[in-house]
Design a protein around this ligand. Sequence first.
Ligand code: HEM
Length: 483
Amino acid sequence: MATSISLLVVAQATLLSVVVIMFYRLLLAPLSRLPGPKLCAITRLPLIYYEFSGERREWIHNLHMRYGPVVRIAPDEVSFASREATREIYSSGGSGYDKTSYYSLFEHFDTPNIFSTLEKGRHAAVKRRFVERYNKTHIMRPEVSLVLQEHVETFIAICADSVGRSVDVYLLLHCYALDGVTGHMFYPCGLHSLTNSHDFELMKELTFPSLLKEQYLRYYLPALGRFLAEVTGYGRLRSDGVGCVRYVQETVRNATVATHTLLHKLRLYENEDPDLRLAASECMDHLVAGLDTTGDALCFLMYHISCPALQSCQDRLRAELLANPSVPVDNLPYLDALVKEGLRVYNPAPVSLPRHVPEGGRVIDGVWLPAGTIVSCQAHTLHRYDTRVFPEPDDFLPDRWLDPQGAIERNQLFFAFGAGGRGCIGKHLALFEMKTLLKEVYTNFCTRVAPDMNASMEMDDQIATVRPKDQKCLLIFDRVDEM
Ligand code: HEM
């Protein structure tokens, strides 16, 4: 009898506290003035539901279209869709606010790296070690750019062999991206997945798994996620694939690499990293970061300009390339516009980039938020929300980037590579890889969607990126000089 009375008291006290907390979150908390669904003000469950179902990006976008540029998406989380917000969150003081623990998902071998480091002071120290390897001047050095150029030539030779036949460019472009980033890190010990069947298997091992739910489980319930990963394999991280882990660890420890590589630079810090664990985590991170992003961005772009509705973009590009055969890729305005529009509409990293409001609270886009609030912007919305800057936002219109009027506003809202000191370190490498490949492909070939292409190219959300839903893209290459 006494036990059941105490249980009743505990139950009543718990219920009362839940009601008080809900009441506080809805009506009294500092975020209670912000627009957003009432349910999101009292519980994180709607957000968690959309995260696990892979719809977070679309859901947040729809909330912005309904509620405006500031939306409360959970009791302690706010999404923004303005230039003022990106400047404050990602660039104030150089690299903006500290990252949230979401980024711990991107640690490898239980060791931090530039992407997973949460605190900005520590991040700056890590970045200083090797940022020079990703500067544009470094990428343009002949010994660096020629390695990338070799992969382009291999890609072109494969296209030439497949003329008139249907070819899966999803596979080829991921091989190209993998060979490019590993060459940058480890030359001459980079992978050759475009031509080598063992390396091709490594590409598939990294590219094909769907880990969205497993990774969110690891985020919300780290101990359970870790336990399941060890016992059943469910809940593993990207770097738990056996083949690529072995490749990265062995290369980092034993390979003889050229002095211009990332690894050469990382090894200069061996006194602070005697077992090279930091170097291995760093390389694994760059490998993963440079694979899907560049591969998927190229795949979405090539697919869309191969569709009948956008063939004219391909024709315009070819006209520019044929008229300027020896002009460097960075001085071709239409190529630049096409790549930027591809990254705007079919951006492979369009999801929220979460940060914590620092001690003392901050004003973001006119709204005061207490310390610890999770705040973010997502490229998907920044690239579409303000229709004065991006009219007809869902349409693929490369010409918008050629209009000098409004260029400042467009560039301010362009968020494909993030912003500030924690924006993409691989941006110049990625742009060089993309532009060099597109230049060679469209100088030599026309591409069209293959008649047997029935795979979905819908954007399918992964934890930090999106990819074509069916991971297959069949195109046909026709020689320009035979048309
Ligand atoms: C089209 C291709 C790419 C896109 C769209 C892209 C996008 C991004 C974005 C949005 C961020 C910022 C994430 C955040 O603030 O939370 C980022 C960071 C990063 N990216 Fe990329 N990326 C691309 C290619 C690459 C390549 C080729 C590499 C090769 C190494 C790379 C390495 C990194 C690294 C290491 C970071 C973390 C930088 C830091 O924390 O300081 N990315 N990328």
